[in-house]
Every structure is written in structure tokens, then in C-alpha cells.
Design a protein around this ligand. Structure first.
Ligand SMILES: Cc1cc2nc3c(=O)[nH]c(=O)nc-3n(C[C@H](O)[C@H](O)[C@H](O)COP(=O)(O)O)c2cc1C
Length: 358
């Protein structure tokens, strides 16, 4: 039986074997605080590659040291970080999974404790290895240090940092990149009027607030060339009066499309503290709205955990790709399991494990 979850998807020069992908998920496991991957990352990403994912997007990698959420984040600001990723990318390819990486700057939400369940929250002090945070405006995220407003020159330098990281990603062998424009990190902070109170050409109107992201997109495209998909993750709503709405994000997605973005990865929230109505597929309607209003491919994410739920989202044309986050942590073999549930024959079960699938 054929179905949509296992139908290949082509974006520019890349054909993905299916639409069950893994979204970026920080592991906070750069043990030497140098942004370099460790054996944990090899096993973590490798397990999902052999589990049948169509693509795996490596967790948020800081484009600068100050752009990390915590000292244990990955980075892509130097060649050592790039080179250490090569065996992971090669292994993903050996298993037939496409390899992507999320390029990120955490802005005013940088310099925090790694979210590893130790109970520490908030900003790191300098003596704990913390650093000055940077943002569109000197407006703090509740509970975190007040950031310093970026100068226009620093915005330009950050655009270059994204582009340099995109170039390194290509050198490492990645098939595509995702720019992190969501979750209250730097680019989202510029997009949202709740965190951007600038009066220069990067603040005020929607066009001005989008300027930084569009500059990052253009600079990234110039580095990766025409055959490589560029994805952008957005928070479609701030879930707060006076914040970004679906209509704002659909308008922005239209501009992203005009600038050659190939797919919008539609998440929500996290720029301010807000009440989010969480439940199965709670963000999918935003992926559907953006897909329809901006006529651009979208990825749906957020509490999608069941094969038939994923298939239904595709069949009802709400999204083009399904991202399975925590479900992939619970079961890195989700795509293989989903293929069995949907009675779809796939030819990429690891031959080493064939006796388990008889
Ligand atoms: C451990 C963990 C780390 C995450 N790190 C990132 C990240 O690096 N970048 C990002 O955009 N989202 C990150 N997220 C959000 C996920 O990509 C995803 O959007 C979210 O978990 C909702 O999807 P799910 O319900 O399928 O898990 C993270 C989520 C988890 C659980």
C-alpha cells in the first residue's frame, strides 16, 4: 500500500526518502564546552539515521560563542566543530538519511544552564562561565539577564557569522541547513514587537523587523548555492496579545519564499511567557495556515506521535513534512515502526537487523 508519509520529497537538488523527519533537539553534550560533538552525538544521530528517518536536523549550533543557549551547546563558528561533524554526516548518508543542521543564535536567551534536569534555571553568572547576552533591544526575557542592544554593525557581523556557518555546513557534507527563527531566540526576537523596540531600520514595521532574517537568508543562499534547500523555523504565534500572529507569520513566509526559502518549519511560542494550549498536533493548524496563505511547503511539529496521525496531516494537505521530536527520542525506529503500521514496504531497514523484522 502506498501512502504519503513514505512518499519521497524533492526540494531543489535533494530528494528525501520519506517525510518522517527528526527536528533539531539540543543535547547539551559538548562535554569540553567547545561546541564540538562527542560520541553521544554519534550514537544519538546515528540511531535515528538507521531508524529510517527521511532527514535529521542536527540540534541548534551556535553561529558565534555568544549565540549558544548554554556552554554545552554545539557550535559551527570554527573548523574544528565542522570537522568533528563529518563522521556523523557520513553515517547518516550511509543509512540513507539526509543530513541537515540548525544554525542558531540564542540572543537574550543565551548564557543559561543546560537543560539537563539538574534543576538549575536562569542566567549563568560570569564565574559559572556566563557571558553578556545580545538582543534587538535591552528587554529581558523574564527570569534572565537584561541583554545589550546590538549595534547595526554587530547585526552585519552576525549575518556574516550565519553565512560562514552555512559554508562550513556544506563543507561538512550536510545536504541542507535550517535557520532558527523561532522560540524566542535572536532572529525571533527581532521579528516580534514584544522584544524588538528599535527605532532604526531593524525595528518598527513588519518589513523592518524581518530585515535581519531576510539578510541571513540571502547571505546563507549565497554560500550554499542554488541546489541546497534552505529551511527556516518560525514561531507562528507568540500566543500573546500584541505579539506575532498567524497572519503576520504567513506574510513573513511569503517574503521568505520570495527570498528562495524552500520550506517553513512551523513551531510556535517561547519569546514571552504565555499559556499554550498543548495537545496532540497542537501546532499543525499553523503549518496548514502558512502553507495555504503563503503557498510554501511546511513542516508540522508538536506532539505528533502516531503513524496514522502523521499520515492524516499529510493526506489533508496541512503540511509536506512531519517532524517527530520527543517520539524519536523515545523510539529512534519510529519510521520503521510507522511503515509496518501503515503497511508500507520500505527497503531501508538495516540488513544487520533483518532477523528482527521477519
Ligand atoms: C530535548 C529537546 C531539545 C530541543 N532543542 C531544540 C533545538 O535545538 N532547536 C529547536 O528549534 N527546537 C528544539 N526543540 C523543540 C523540538 O524541535 C520540537 O519542536 C518540540 O519538541 C515539539 O515537537 P515534539 O512534540 O515532537 O517533541 C527541542 C526539544 C526537545 C525535547
Amino acid at each position: 500500500m502506498s501512502n504519503l508519509l513514505f512518499e519521497p520529497l524533492t526540494l531543489r537538488g535533494v530528494t528525501f526518502r520519506n517525510r518522517a523527519w527528526v527536528p533539531p533537539m539540543c543535547q547539551y553534550s559538548a562535554d569540553h564546552l567547545d561546541g564540538v560533538v562527542t560520541p553521544w552525538h554519534f550514537v544519538h544521530y546515528g540511531s535515528m539515521a538507521k531508524g529510517g528517518a527521511g532527514a535529521i536536523i542536527v540540534e541548534a549550533a551556535g553561529v558565534t560563542p555568544e549565540g549558544r543557549i548554554s556552554p554545552r551547546d554545539l557550535g559551527m563558528w570554527n573548523d574544528e566543530q565542522r570537522d568533528a561533524l563529518v563522521p556523523i554526516v557520513d553515517f547518516m548518508h550511509s543509512q540513507g538519511a539526509a543530513a541537515g543542521i540548525q544554525l542558531a543564535h540564542a540572543g537574550r536567551k543565551a548564557s543559561t544552564y543546560p537543560d539537563l534536569g539538574y534543576g538549575n534555571e536562569g542566567s549563568l553568572s560570569e564565574s559559572e562561565g556566563g557571558w553578556e547576552t545580545l538582543a534587538p533591544s535591552a528587554v529581558a526575557f523574564p527570569g534572565l539577564n537584561t541583554p545589550r542592544e546590538l549595534t547595526e554593525a554587530e547585526i552585519g557581523e552576525t549575518v556574516t557569522a550565519f553565512a560562514d556557518s552555512a559554508r562550513r555546513s556544506m563543507e561538512a557534507g550536510f545536504d541542507f541547513v535550517e535557520i532558527h527563527g523561532a522560540h524566542g531566540y535572536l532572529l525571533h526576537e527581532f521579528l516580534s514587537p514584544l522584544s524588538n523596540t528599535r527605532s532604526d531600520s531593524y525595528g518598527g514595521t513588519p518589513e523592518n523587523r524581518a530585515r535581519f532574517l531576510l539578510e541571513v537568508v540571502d547571505a546563507t543562499r549565497a554560500e550554499v548555492g542554488e541546489d541546497v534547500p534552505v529551511l527556516v523555523r518560525l514561531s507562528a504565534t507568540d500566543w500573546t496579545e500584541g505579539g506575532l500572529t498567524l497572519d503576520d507569520t504567513a506574510q513573513l513566509s511569503g517574503w521568505l519564499k520570495d527570498h528562495g526559502v524552500d520550506l517553513v518549519d512551523v513551531s510556535t511560542g517561547a519569546n514571552v511567557v504565555a499559556k499554550i494550549p498543548v495537545g496532540p498536533g497542537y501546532q499543525t493548524s499553523f503549518a496548514a495556515g502558512i502553507r495555504k496563505q503563503a503557498d510554501i511547503p511546511t513542516a508540522a511539529v508538536g506532539l505528533i506521535t502516531e503513524p496514522f496521525q502523521a499520515e492524516h496531516i499529510l493526506a489533508t494537505e496541512q503540511a509536506d513534512v512531519i517532524l517527530l521530536g520527543r517520539e524519536s527520542l523515545r523510539d529512534p525506529n519510529f519510521p520503521i515502526r510507522a511503515a509496518a503500521a501503515l503497511r508500507h514496504e520500505i527497503d531501508y531497514k538495516p540488513t544487520q537487523y533483518l532477523r528482527a523484522h521477519k
